[in-house]
Ligand binder design. Structure first.
Ligand code: UDP
Length: 395
């Protein structure tokens, strides 16, 4: 097929735009562009919108499934919070995670309860702080790897019980070769606050992320084409393209495939309540899965008799698998820099989102960046400036 007819050009009032991908980045940009008066065609290779945060009601049980694994909305960004609330009713949801390690169940992220339970103590916050400081390796001044970060802040015993095995299973490599930033996602608390996230706004979309994204895309001048992956030869048909697909795929993998981890979900049904919480992590190497998610607990305001669980395992992403987590080790970063150099020379394309910039992004950051990218586009048009390929440098 060929794309729609060319628009009035960059200097005209209304541009003819394409968005590749109907995930969060694509949907937010499409919506912003439509509201700014442009015409937008959204190309989506899958048969549904919302990318990997896709949710679907299970026909048999009525449970709202997080089809590609758990997605919990959390943010401190009030602008993003107000934005998503335009398209969906959000219900309060505080994410709490448990972890099984060595045959016992503990509270996560590591908090005073975890510390006391693990060491068989009854310490208060100050005593626990001193205790962990003695456990930690103070010789590591500025931790660069995941392992150094763990040893520096929690010490070897907690690291080996809760992080080492899980991380080896999740990332398929030694924590000593992973960046510290991955562990910095998790807090360490010296009180009994066991919320997984510390953000001010934490919630779940009442009717699901797919419904939210569908409402974003429900606009007179947005033309949504499902089952239609964007093709590079359509670039000249548009005044500008916002590309949220994998950056290496855009270039036909010329510089090699960027490494991702993919996930497998083994689904099982359980009568009643299987594990009593939404997410149970499994720290031990001897257990192949990283976690089990029990989806009905993501919607505590709903009532369901039966339960659907996903047993989750991680592995290297093959050519026909769904990419989830960008690995970003030294080799991938070198490849990425070659793709970024090529992308920076493009005219008429912006690379956005987790796959377009090859970064591990939370949903709120994805939405913030999409809003900023849309604003940058408008700014560039107004001042007759070239639109940069990246609103955020991916390296
Ligand atoms: N992690 C771990 N043990 C856990 C939970 C997380 O070692 O029980 C590490 C693991 O390397 C993981 C990272 O911390 O990739 C970030 O965890 P998070 O829960 O943010 O990962 P996500 O839910 O995005 O997969």
């Amino acid at each position: 097929m060929s794309g729609p007819q060319r628009g009035p050009g960059i200097a005209g009032l209304s541009a003819n735009l394409a968005v590749a991908g109907a995930g969060l980045s694509g949907a937010v940009i499409a919506r912003e562009m439509a509201e700014a008066g442009h015409r937008v065609t959204v190309f989506e290779g899958r048969d549904h919108v919302a990318g990997n945060c896709h949710t679907k009601r299970d026909a048999e049980t009525g449970i709202l499934l997080h089809v590609y694994g758990p997605h919990i909305f959390h943010t401190d960004d009030e602008g993003v919070w107000n934005y998503v609330n335009r398209f969906q009713t959000f219900r309060p949801y505080l994410h709490r995670v448990k972890i099984t390690s060595g045959g016992q169940v503990y509270s996560l992220p590591v908090n005073l309860h975890t510390i006391n339970q693990f060491f068989g103590t009854a310490m208060g916050p100050d005593a626990a702080r001193s205790f962990i400081a003695a456990e930690a390796d103070a010789h590591i001044e500025s931790p660069e790897t995941f392992e150094e970060q763990a040893l520096r802040f929690v010490g070897r015993r907690l690291y080996e019980a809760f992080f080492k095995g899980y991380t080896e299973k999740q990332w398929g490599c030694a924590p000593s070769s992973l960046p510290a930033a991955i562990l910095k996602r998790l807090p360490l608390r010296f009180n009994y606050d066991d919320r997984y996230f510390s953000h001010r706004f934490q919630a779940m979309p009442e009717t699901g992320y797919t419904d939210m994204v569908a409402r974003m895309l429900d606009h007179d001048v947005i033309n949504l084409r499902l089952n239609t992956p964007f093709r590079r030869e359509w670039l000249p048909d548009f005044d500008h393209v916002f590309y949220s697909g994998p950056i290496d795929a855009f270039y036909g993998f010329d510089e090699g495939r960027l490494g991702y981890r993919t996930l497998d979900f083994e689904r099982f049904i359980h009568p009643g309540d299987y594990q009593g919480c939404a997410v149970m992590n499994y720290a031990d190497r001897s257990i192949p899965h990283t976690r089990i998610t029990e989806h009905k607990h993501f919607a505590p305001w709903e009532e369901h008799g039966a339960s659907i669980c996903y047993r989750e395992t991680s592995r290297a992403c093959g050519e026909n698998d769904i990419p989830y987590y960008p690995i970003r080790l030294v080799q991938e970063k070198q490849q990425l820099s070659r793709y970024v150099a090529r992308a920076a020379a493009e005219k008429g394309v912006s690379f956005v989102g987790r796959l377009g910039t090859y970064r591990y992004l939370d949903m709120d950051v994805t939405i913030r960046e999409a809003l900023d990218c849309a604003a940058l586009f408008q700014h560039c048009r107004k001042h007759d400036l070239p639109v940069p390929a990246f609103a955020i440098a991916p390296l």
